[in-house]
Design a protein around this ligand. Sequence first.
Ligand code: CAA
Length: 387
Amino acid sequence: MNLELTDEQRLISETAREFVDREVVDRARDNDRAEKFDRELASMLGDMGYLGAPVAEAHGGRGLDHVSYGLIVEQIGRGDSAARTVVSVQTSLVCGSIERWGTAEQKQRWLPRLCSGEALGCFGLTEPDTGSDAASLRTRAEPSDGGWVLNGQKMWISLGNFAEVALIFAQTEPGSGPKGLACFLVPTDSAGFSSQEIHGKLGLRASDTASLALDGVEVPEDAMLGGIGDGFKVAMSALDSGRYSVAAGCVGICDGCVASSVSYATERRQFGVPIARFQLVQELIADMIVKRDAARLLVWRAGMLKDEGKPSTIETSIAKLYATESAVECANAAIQVHGGSGYVDDHPVERYLRDARVTTLYEGTSQIQKLIIGRDATGISAFLPYE
Ligand code: CAA
């Protein structure tokens, strides 16, 4: 076993760290305050090759290994989870799905533009009445002359107001559950397609979040990604990568919490000494470091399995569960170290807490991850109603 990064991986991580410190950190607070989706920053992420890092170079990506992708995402997550969401959705959910399931024509049409950041994509799985139970989604796909007609609604869709293409998951045969699902590549300027901004979020305020409506949207036969009945597998294989990316971003939040807390605790003085002098403050910092390192190693394990082409669904769920819960705990503890100063946005820690909170919800709640892990351990599914 070798836990050392290669020289190239170290360089990739260091380059991403410098980019984030130079371009991302200073924008994060202003964008958060203004609830502004920073399209310019998304283009800069594309220019850096961060929107399709593991996608093959032939398709416009950088052809990097998954551990390197995770290292990039960790750094961006340390700087700004809204920017990290752009990277995760675009790279893992959208580009990854097209590369894995797409025809040569679909790859050629979409991947170079998505990897460069010229176009954005979104992942339309969740609906107003369908979250954890993804297979029960109600958006309907009905055959028409030479194609399909889509009707339905999607909810909580990251990048939905800015995307040029949406992966839309729809049911072709009501009552057939996951076996009837199909995924379609839908240009968002199609007639009958509309999006609406969702505001009032606790965190990720600089991330674009949309509800989508599909009202008789017509798409040709070749818009289908995979075949009829492949839709659920497209979604689950996308989430195998998306959850990995969320986990890596949360390692970045944990790391940012440690850095900000160490800096503050060694400068801030009370009772005539730096507060780092107090054992209870050191305990808060030590607990953060343990969580960060454990989360990072779980992410690296999942990444290494992906690079070896081995199954990684369970290890990805373990990493996602642990890293997201740790990010919430670290951010909460970091605010405690900062005291009143941590309650306002002079320091990043209050934003870390607000931004971390959604990560235990989206791309599969912590409870869903536990049920996936528990089913693997026991051989008994605690999901209803399929067993
Ligand atoms: N890769 C490929 N195929 C997979 C797979 C994977 N990781 N996992 C399951 N499948 C296949 C199975 O092999 C099976 O195929 P067969 O019928 O041919 O054998 C089929 O899919 C159905 O499998 P299961 O019935 O076993 O389904 P499951 O139990 O694995 O899934 C669930 C149930 C785990 C609850 C799943 O519905 C789930 O993960 N729910 C959470 C949904 C979720 O994470 N939503 C996030 C929304 S996206 C988002 O948040 C992004 C954003 O923009 C904010």
